[in-house]
Design a protein around this ligand. Structure first.
Ligand SMILES: Nc1ncnc2c1ncn2[C@@H]1O[C@H](COP(=O)(O)OP(=O)(O)OP(=O)(O)O)[C@@H](O)[C@H]1O
Ligand SMILES: [Mg+2]
Length: 280
């Protein structure tokens, strides 16, 4: 590809990602979220999904326990982001169930699906900030679109969220995404995801493209949020070190199935051939 066509492709990709972000952040409605139920926060049951003749998921099941951080590992194209899209309800499975707080999202009224969605915060792959909006407007996005809160209260919450991700509000509020470093972008993406205080956080590759030191600080942040916000989290990543550091359990997606599910130390001890190869 020439430079020009690469640029065109890149801007098209960015546009698609942004529309997706808008959709995910956008369809939430205004009502308050549901109270937490009993049992697993997320339950995926025997999910199958194909795109054309390419079958991505071939019977994936997993449960996320309350308060737990679960990492989903896998190579590029394994279907990691797809799993998050299924949980968000942006993609529907060909068969199988997605249950949130015990409820099958295919079988509850839309109102309730929206309420379930309000419990979720999503940190998108590559942060996917809105390029033309300042940090303030990026973080305030959900509150602007879906609440009638006075601007003073929105500002208070934005500042609180930026504090939470260890950014100095006064120094970043008016900046545009292009003026931020890679690590700062990820932090702003996380602040945007937590501004409405979700109970379930979904992260798509929160440390990809970062140097080792910044990766460590983002991992520390994920663990801090886990403790301070009392959330349950699913982290999609291909970074084994990060997954081991932040997770209670890890799942390994391979050829449409979970090749492994368990604690990091069990994964290290596993004798499964693919697990061994992946760890190497
Ligand atoms: N809307 C779609 N239409 C067609 N194919 C799709 C679509 N979404 C995903 N796929 C395909 O499904 C597979 C899994 O995609 P997915 O984005 O979930 O992978 P991933 O594990 O997140 O990869 P990466 O690490 O590169 O982000 C890929 O082969 C991808 O091309
Ligand atoms: Mg992905």
């Amino acid at each position: 590809m020439t430079h020009d066509s690469l640029d065109l492709w890149d801007s098209q990709m960015r546009k698609e990602i942004r529309e997706e972000v808008r959709k995910a952040l956008g369809d939430l409605g205004e009502e308050s979220s549901l109270p937490a139920g009993e049992g697993p926060v997320v339950e995926l049951k025997d999910l199958y999904l194909s795109f054309g003749d390419h079958t991505v998921l071939k019977g994936v099941s997993l449960e996320l326990d309350r308060g737990e951080t679960l990492s989903v590992l896998g190579g590029s194209g394994a279907g990691k982001s797809t799993i998050l899209r299924l949980i968000l309800g942006l993609t529907l499975p060909d068969s199988g169930q997605v249950r949130l707080e015990g409820q099958d999202i295919a079988n509850v009224p839309l109102r309730q699906v929206l309420a379930l969605r309000r419990n979720m915060g999503m940190v998108f792959q590559e942060a996917a900030l809105f390029d033309s909006l300042t940090v303030y407007d990026n973080v305030a996005f959900y509150l602007h679109e879906h609440t009638q809160l006075p601007e003073s209260e929105i500002r208070r919450r934005v500042v609180e969220s930026l504090d939470l991700v260890d950014l100095e509000p006064d120094q970043v509020l008016d900046l545009l995404p292009a003026e931020l470093s890679g690590g700062m972008k990820k932090r702003v993406g996380i602040a945007r995801a937590v501004v409405h205080r979700p109970r379930l956080l979904l992260y798509d590759e929160p440390t990809s493209g970062l140097d080792p030191i910044t990766t460590r600080t983002i991992n520390d942040l994920i663990m801090k949020l886990q403790a301070e916000l009392d959330v349950s989290s699913i982290v999609v990543t291909h970074d084994i070190r990060s997954a081991f550091r932040i997770s209670n359990r890890v799942a390994l997606l391979f050829e449409g199935l979970l090749a492994f599910m368990g604690g990091p130390e069990d994964m290290v001890a596993s004798e499964d051939a693919y697990v061994r190869e992946f760890l190497r």
